[in-house]
Design a protein around this ligand. Structure first.
Ligand SMILES: [Zn+2]
Ligand SMILES: [Zn+2]
Length: 258
C-alpha cells in the first residue's frame, strides 16, 4: 500500500525496484491531500494497475483533471476507520492549505504508526491519536532561521511558516518534548525542505529535544527527497511488554537499538 504518490511513475518504479517491490504489487493508494508533491503518479498507478485510491471528497474535488483517470475511488471520512488487509487506517484532518488534508493513524499487528506529512501546526487531536503509536512519520519541514533568510519570496515564506503551512523543526521538537507518547520508539522526520532545512539540522533539533526530556530510547531517522529512506521493520523493535520489563535507568528505558 502506498501513502501518497508524489514521485513520477518512473521514479516510484525505481525506488520500489531498489526494495525488490514491483509497482504491480501495490494494492491501494491512500492520499492525504491533492498537492502535486503527494499525488503526482497516483492517477497513473491507479489507472495502469487498477489500484483503488482512498481519499476524501474534498481532495478528489481539489485534484482536478488527473483525477478523471481514476476509476476506483474509495471514500475516506475523517474520524472513520477503514480496514485494508491487516491494517486499519484512521484518517483525521490536520491544518494545511489544501482541501481536507489528512493525517493517518495506522494500526498494524505490530503496533500503530502515526503518519502526518503536511501540518501547519500540531493539534490536540494529533497528540491524542499519536499517543500510543510505536512509530511516527512526521513533518520536520524547515528551520525557522533558514526559512527567515530563505531565497523564497515573502508571501511563500509566510505561507510555509503559518499554522496552515508546514511544521518547523522547532515545532516538531516542542511536540517531542511535551507530547510524545511513552510507547513511541522511532520518529521518522519527513517532508524536509531542500532549501530551508538540512537533514543534520532537523535531526539535531529533534534529538536535542528528546535528550533533554530523557527520551534517549527514541530512535530518530531522517528522510530525504533524493533517496529512499532506511526501511523500518517493526517486528525488530522491542515489544511494549519487553520495554516495560527492561531495567529503568534514571527514568529512561534502555532499548536494544541504542
Ligand atoms: Zn501540501
Ligand atoms: Zn507536501
Amino acid at each position: 500500500m502506498l501513502l501518497d504518490a508524489g514521485l513520477s511513475y518512473r521514479a516510484l518504479q525505481e525506488r520500489l525496484g531498489a526494495l525488490n517491490v514491483a509497482v504491480e504489487a501495490i494494492t491501494a493508494i491512500f492520499v492525504t491531500h491533492a498537492h502535486g508533491d503527494h499525488v503526482r503518479s497516483a492517477a497513473s498507478v491507479s489507472r495502469r494497475h487498477g489500484v483503488p485510491v482512498y481519499t476524501t471528497t474534498g481532495t478528489r474535488k481539489a485534484w482536478g483533471t488527473p483525477a478523471e483517470q481514476i476509476e476506483h475511488w474509495k471514500p475516506l471520512t475523517a474520524g472513520k476507520r477503514t480496514s485494508r488487509g491487516a491494517l486499519s487506517f484512521l484518517p483525521f484532518t490536520v491544518p494545511h492549505d489544501a482541501n481536507e488534508t489528512l493525517a493517518f493513524r495506522i494500526d498494524t499487528p505490530e503496533g500503530a504508526i502515526g503518519f502526518a506529512t503536511d501540518i501547519g501546526c500540531v493539534t490536540s487531536e494529533l497528540v491524542t491519536r499519536f499517543q500510543d503509536c510505536r512509530v511516527l512519520v512526521i513533518e520536520s519541514n524547515h528551520s525557522v532561521e533558514l526559512l527567515r533568510i530563505s531565497p523564497y519570496g515573502a508571501s511563500l515564506r509566510t505561507r510555509i511558516g503559518s499554522d496552515q503551512g508546514h511544521l518547523s523543526n522547532e515545532a516538531l521538537a516542542a511536540f517531542c518534548a511535551e507530547h510524545l507518547g511513552e510507547s513511541v520508539q522511532c520518529v521518522v522526520l519527513s517532508h524536509l525542505s531542500r532549501v530551508n532545512n538540512t537533514p543534520a539540522i532537523a535531526e539535531m533539533t529533534c534529538r536535542e529535544a528528546l535528550d533533554q526530556r530523557g527520551r534517549t530510547d527514541v530512535q530518530v531517522l531522517v528522510t530525504e527527497q533524493k533517496r529512499a529512506a532506511e526501511t523500518i521493520d517493526m517486528s525488530t523493535l522491542p515489544l511494549p511488554t519487553e520495554i516495560s520489563k527492561k531495567p529503568n535507568v534514571g527514568g529512561q528505558h534502555v532499548l536494544p537499538f541504542m
